[in-house]
Design a protein around this ligand. Sequence first.
Ligand code: ADP
Ligand code: TRP
Length: 333
Amino acid sequence: MKKPTVVSGIRPTGYLHLGNYFGAVRNFIRMQNDYNCYFFIADIHSLTTHPTPENLQAGVKQVLAEYLACGIDPEKATIFIQSDVPEITELYTFMNMNAYLGELERTTSFKDKARQQPDNVNAGLLTYPVLMAADILIHKAHFVPVGKDQEQNLEMARKFAKRFNRIYNSEVFPTPKPFTFDGADMIKVPGLDGSGKMGKSEGNAINLYEDPKAIRKKVMRAVTDAGPTEPNSTKPEPVENLFTLLKIVSTPDVVSHFDAQYNDCSIRYGDLKKQLAEDIISYTEPIRTRIIDILHDDEYLAKVARMGAEKARESAAKTLNEVKGLIGFKRLF
Ligand code: ADP
Ligand code: TRP
């Protein structure tokens, strides 16, 4: 039986944080044995925020090293840089012809970004979900492991895939589905500032590359409240968020220990935070050590990128040829 195909990417806009890891990369690692995987660095997507050439290059190198340090194996999965595969941007051009202004303007990610960067509401931002769809469809992906925040973009990719199939009366694209293990919900890792998700642009993130001292400092500063006064009361959002993080990185007995203390009002948030910081460090420290090693090895990084580009282009070219045939680009000479 042929393995189902998986595609996912991350923008190289800084260090990978716990949200990226638990929302996406951890699933990449678990999937690479049983699926035909393409994991890439979305450097073209990152241009919507106008990085300098130096920042762009450093970001790509960092994410590549971090993918490898987390345990993505270039022999098992295809790891590549988006801009190394021009077939993606060609498919993006075609997909743009069937993506409508109204639906693009209505996506929440576009509205959020337009609010965050009102002086730079560029067309790339508007057609961001089209490029993302091209990333996914160029390899005919069946599954896309992403965090909860990408749900709507993925919904758009499904819509564009079905629409293309319908217009050209074909079944060229499978309908890509979000992926989580064991039917779990898509995950949203909260930030340390009391509300919302952990994110690079939110400034509330703990990076995998962070040293233990910085992790302790950030966690100890996380927003809480004065503590429960009534037994078994519901947790306010900042406290709930700390428990969510604890559930992600700690063992179930640690979580129930602090839960019980919360419920009988004996909890001391300082103790919970200390435990949380140490459990985060056990996750990140081995990864950090490997990131440092790999970042020194330019030759290895270049080899991985070259190998990945070659494999990704082979798969991409096949799809693009089929698509061009369907559209009606026939060779006249
Ligand atoms: P960021 O949101 O920090 O800018 P990206 O948008 O490049 O990072 O996200 C890359 C991947 O990480 C996506 O699959 C996204 O869903 C996931 N991700 C990012 N932040 C979180 C989070 N807080 N919780 C769960 N998944 C997340
Ligand atoms: N939009 C995604 C994010 O910001 C990154 C991304 C680009 C992506 N292309 C993709 C994710 C294709 C999955 C599949 O998180």
